[in-house]
Design a protein. Structure first.
Length: 663
């Protein structure tokens, strides 16, 4: 790789830490005991030196919105600064009793996480400086601590050469990563939180899987001295490292190989590296008292995540003990029902406790569940060809199983007024029932040579959309039960269709690895494909309550959120599931629920979406996605565990690095 040195900024002191603002326009550097801010485009110093610390600064970091930045120091304090004026935003944080080695913001910007030689990791409010939660006591000097982008996991160095991964929500120690032979200087999460990388004095970088704890490939070797700092590129495909050998190197994360030649130019060891948010440049800070800005665009192709319009906080996991095929929410928002293989479970959204189930009658996997608009009954359809109607309070069957279909039932849905229950099947029919008696109502719809995988009813109750195995979406008049339109464009089976709450759009998910948004009246495609998914079948889709955003669940285990009109992905995919995501849904207050083959339902807070202008159409008219009023009472994020025991007492999985090939 041919590197291009764009700029060199000289200072009077060695550079111990660097950071780039979220908009990519400014760069900050910790210069001994002061901070300097540069305009990246002009190379002009625009703030500083900002003074206040009395000993060298160990770390500097911008908040996610770029309005403030924080610094930690060997003087035992943390300071928070206004990024426009350079003025302190609060009194120094003095909770640590020894040198503060690192400081970082949580993904939503509400917490500062700091590690110290005093053996504690602390959590502070960046605006008030007050302690936000009890400190985590790790009984060992901690050089670095970081939180995953989704706020669910904490990674920190332990006993010098080890890395600990901690679940902040369940209070469980997840993994103790072993393999380094000397002090770990830096840790980084990949942008999707699926990987952790660690850099060490042993001259290697190791990459670990955050879900399995296994080492990914062989240690990255090439530096000739201690590695001080690492950073993932915005798309997660590359990693930069800075070393005492005076070079910056860039690595291919998938192959573990170095991309081209090292970046050379520093004359002393390199303490810090950081990528620009769009991946177009890389900065490095050195003991030679310079900050260097290197061009990466062209030599490294990076894809920056689009603008994030919502915070993404993990709220809780509900274990279903079996694969989750479908989910739905009660109209009052109090309950969530899930189809789990051949039984049904119901949770209370306030407490997170299971309140009903397992409800058993199906003999084969259940494909779909739905609440009636009044919340009194739950409908389910399965591969055993039957539709069941359950009392949502007692869990008893309200009628005998409905046995009209002659093949697997693919989807169930209620009309908005609750007068009809609708089911689709591999037998190439759509059938209609009285949901309280179970009796058939009117004529069935024959779908021709291909079956309907999913049905959805328009908010006004006038139209029925069906996603079909012939790659089309068929629109029916519910009164006449005749086809009135056909949407074409997918090149794979359509797995799910959903009307937007305002009735203007239809979104479809397909095995062609895409989701498409259609004008429900005119029939043309508004945007396709939705961003962020090109390689995996899209299994499930859901609109936010204001019809502005769409969630996608896919076979890679990821959950993506896209802007409905443009298709642009908002941020990066949410990680956490280890199996394909069969069901997704929003609540009106912006919580996102996803159900997966990994036997879990995951709840996330995207409430910033709900703050935008909403529609008057109730969310519960959607057929298959989560449909509920504001869900409250999920386990709150950032609940900290009690102090940790010494290393020998750890009851966690430990993983040593192996020489397994990169997958």
């Amino acid at each position: 790789m041919l590197s291009s040195l764009l700029q060199t900024w000289k200072t009077r002191n060695e550079i111990l830490s660097v950071a780039v603002s979220p908009d990519g326009g400014r760069a900050a550097a910790a210069c001994s005991d002061s901070i300097i801010i540069w305009d990246v485009h002009t190379g002009q110093q625009i703030l500083g030196p900002l003074k206040g610390h009395t000993l060298p600064i160990t770390s500097v970091t911008f908040s996610p919105d770029g309005s403030i930045f924080a610094s930690s120091s060997k003087d035992g304090t943390i300071r928070v600064w206004d990024s426009e004026t350079g003025q302190p935003r609060a009194e120094p944080l003095r909770d640590h009793t020894k040198s503060v080695e690192s400081v970082t913001f949580s993904g939503d910007g509400r917490l500062l996480i700091s590690s110290s030689l005093d053996g504690t990791i602390r959590f502070s409010d960046p605006l008030t400086g007050h302690q936000a939660a009890e400190p985590l006591v790790v009984f060992w000097p901690t050089y670095v601590a970081i939180v995953s982008r989704d706020g669910a996991k904490l990674a920190y160095s332990y006993r010098g050469a080890d890395v600990i991964l901690f679940d902040l929500d369940t209070r469980n120690l997840l993994f103790q990563y072993l393999g380094h032979e000397d002090t770990v200087n830096h840790i980084a999460f990949s942008p999707d939180d699926s990987l952790i990388a660690s850099a060490s004095d042993d001259m290697t970088i190791r990459i670990w899987d955050t879900e399995t704890g296994e080492a990914i490939g062989k240690p990255l070797k090439g530096h000739k001295s201690k590695i001080r700092s690492i950073a993932f590129s915005p798309d997660g495909k590359y990693m930069a490292s800075g070393s005492d050998d005076k070079t910056v190197r860039v690595w291919d994360v998938k192959t573990g190989t170095m991309k081209g030649d090292p970046f050379t130019g520093h004359i002393l060891w390199i303490y810090a590296v950081a990528f620009a948010p769009d991946g177009s440049f890389l900065i490095s800070g050195s003991a030679d008292k310079t900050v260097k800005l290197w061009k990466t665009a062209g030599s490294i192709k990076t894809e920056a995540p689009p603008k994030i319009v919502s915070k993404s906080s993990f709220l809780g996991n509900w274990n279903a003990s079996s694969e989750v095929n479908s989910i739905a929410g009660s109209p009052d928002g109090v309950r969530v029902v899930a189809a789990c293989l051949n039984f049904i479970l119901v949770w209370d959204t306030h407490t997170g406790q299971q309140t009903l189930g397992p409800l058993k009658r199906h003999t084969l996997p259940i494909t779909s569940v739905a609440f009636s608009p009044d919340g009194s009954v739950i409908a389910s359809g399965g591969k055993d060809r039957i539709v069941c109607i359950w009392d949502s309070k007692t869990g008893n069957l309200r009628t005998s199983p409905l046995e009209e279909h002659t093949d697997s039932v693919t989807s169930v849905a209620f009309t908005p007024n609750g007068s009809l229950l609708i089911s689709s099947s591999v037998d190439r029919t759509i059938r209609f029932y009285n949901p309280y008696t179970g009796r058939s109502v009117g004529d069935r719809i024959a779908t021709g040579m291909h079956h309907v995988s999913s049905v959805a009813v328009s908010p006004d109750g006038a139209r029925l959309a069906g996603g079909c195995s012939d790659w089309t979406i068929k629109l029916y008049d519910l009164v006449t039960r005749t086809q009135i339109f056909q949407y074409e464009g997918h090149v794979g089976c359509v797995n799910q269709v959903v009307f937007s709450p305002n009735g203007q759009f239809i979104v479809s998910a397909s095995d062609d690895c895409s989701a498409r948004v259609w004008d429900s009246a005119a029939g043309y495609v508004l945007c396709a494909p939705l961003g962020g998914n090109e390689d995996y079948w899209v299994r499930s889709v859901a609109f936010s309550a204001n019809s502005k955003y769409i969630a996608l669940g896919s076979y890679d285990g990821g959950v993506r959120v896209c802007e409905a009109r443009t298709g642009a992905m908002q941020g990066i995919p949410f990680s956490g599931h280890t199996g394909w995501v069969n069901a997704v849904g929003f609540t009106p207050d912006g919580r996102l629920v996803s159900g997966s083959m990994d036997k879990n339902l995951t709840v996330r807070d995207l409430s910033q979406l709900a703050k935008q202008e909403t529609t008057d159409v109730p969310f519960h008219v959607l057929a298959k996605p989560m449909a509920a009023a504001p869900a409250v009472g999920f386990p709150q994020p950032h609940i900290l565990p009690p102090p940790l025991p010494p290393r020998d007492a750890f009851n966690v999985k430990t993983h040593k690095s192996t020489s397994m090939p990169v997958q």
